[in-house]
Design a protein around this ligand. Structure first.
Ligand SMILES: Nc1ncnc2c1ncn2[C@@H]1O[C@H](COP(=O)(O)OP(=O)(O)O)[C@@H](O)[C@H]1O
Ligand SMILES: [Mg+2]
Length: 289
């Protein structure tokens, strides 16, 4: 990748602060903090993402560590969702979107031409902002993935996968008597846990969550946050959130994005108590957002 080209096209970007102060991001900004890991699940190097000729992500390099919960925060439009979608090639489905750079999982290139994208999306599952259960029964929502990926040899196997996934998503006790009723009949928080059960059912290695609680009430949110902590024992989780409190509660490391650039990555506690970059500090102290 030729970074000098991008630097030429891209003028120095300026972050507007409410207090009329401005902070500049250098064209050749280098992420501060601890971006790399000795035990990475995913590695990204020099990733740029474009929508037609508009660049949305600038030269991001980052490791996501095995079994960590990493939170992505930053003002609206800073590229958090775009970044997250590069990790399971969901951007492939967006017209005019292209990326360059390298993204690997366990050392394998996720953008290799021969890679099976359907299989990748089972290995790297995704939970969206708005719960989106299929118009099917609770059982069939969870059984769908294992069926199409041939993960169950018998009905008994499938029943077991469905039960285990619903248990891991902390939903089993609430739905075990009504597995054959529509998933869409559940409350919002239950629907989101159903979507998490659906993602878990195909035994993913990584779960991506894009503002999974933004449509939920505080009680449902607390349940999902508790669940995220439990899930991190078995999965690697990358979560986008617009709530700094949520990032502080659920994540081990926090990545702060600004205008498509990865400004800082550090242990979550540090980001919220002793941020290393002045832009991170301006954001967490509410000077813009
Ligand atoms: N499908 C798309 N087509 C064109 N531009 C897009 C598309 N999706 C996002 N963008 C642009 O990319 C930038 C980053 O967006 P996004 O990743 O959604 O940010 P965030 O999730 O942080 O709010 C924004 O400027 C947004 O307008
Ligand atoms: Mg977003």
């Amino acid at each position: 990748m030729n970074t000098s080209n991008i630097a030429e096209k891209e003028p120095k970007t300026t972050a507007k602060l409410s207090s009329e102060q401005t902070l500049e991001i250098e064209d050749n900004h280098i992420t501060v903090g601890s971006c790399f890991s000795d035990n990475p699940k995913m590695t990204m190097r020099n990733v740029n993402v474009f929508y037609a000729d508009k660049q949305a992500i600038f030269d991001v390099s980052l490791d996501i560590e095995k079994n960590e919960v990493i939170a992505m925060i930053g003002p609206s439009g800073c590229g958090k969702s775009t970044f997250l979608r590069t990790l399971n090639r969901m951007n492939d489905t967006v017209d005019g979107c292209r990326m360059d750079g390298d993204i690997c999982m366990d050392g394998d290139d996720l953008y290799a031409p021969k890679l099976d994208v359907v299989e990748l999306r089972a290995r790297v599952g995704m939970v969206f902002q708005k719960p989106n259960p299929f118009p099917k029964s609770i059982y069939d929502n969870v059984a769908y993935g294992p069926k199409i990926h041939g993960l169950a040899d018998s009905r008994v196997d499938l029943d077991e996968i469905v039960e285990n996934s619903l248990r891991k998503a902390s939903l089993w006790e609430e739905v075990k008597e009504r597995l054959h009723q529509p998933g869409t009949g559940l409350s919002g928080g239950q629907q989101q846990r159903l979507c998490i059960a659906r993602a878990i059912a195909v035994s993913p290695e990584v779960i991506l969550m894009d503002e999974p609680c933004s449509a939920l009430d505080p009680i449902a949110t607390a349940k999902i946050e508790e669940l995220i902590e439990e899930l991190s024992e078995n999965f690697t989780i990358a979560i986008v959130t617009h709530s700094m409190q949520q990032a502080a509660r659920v994540s081990h490391r926090t990545a702060y994005f600004h205008l498509g650039k990865l400004i800082e990555v550090n242990p979550t506690e540090q980001v919220f108590t002793m941020p290393q970059h002045q832009l991170t500090e301006a954001y967490i102290t509410g000077r813009f957002g």
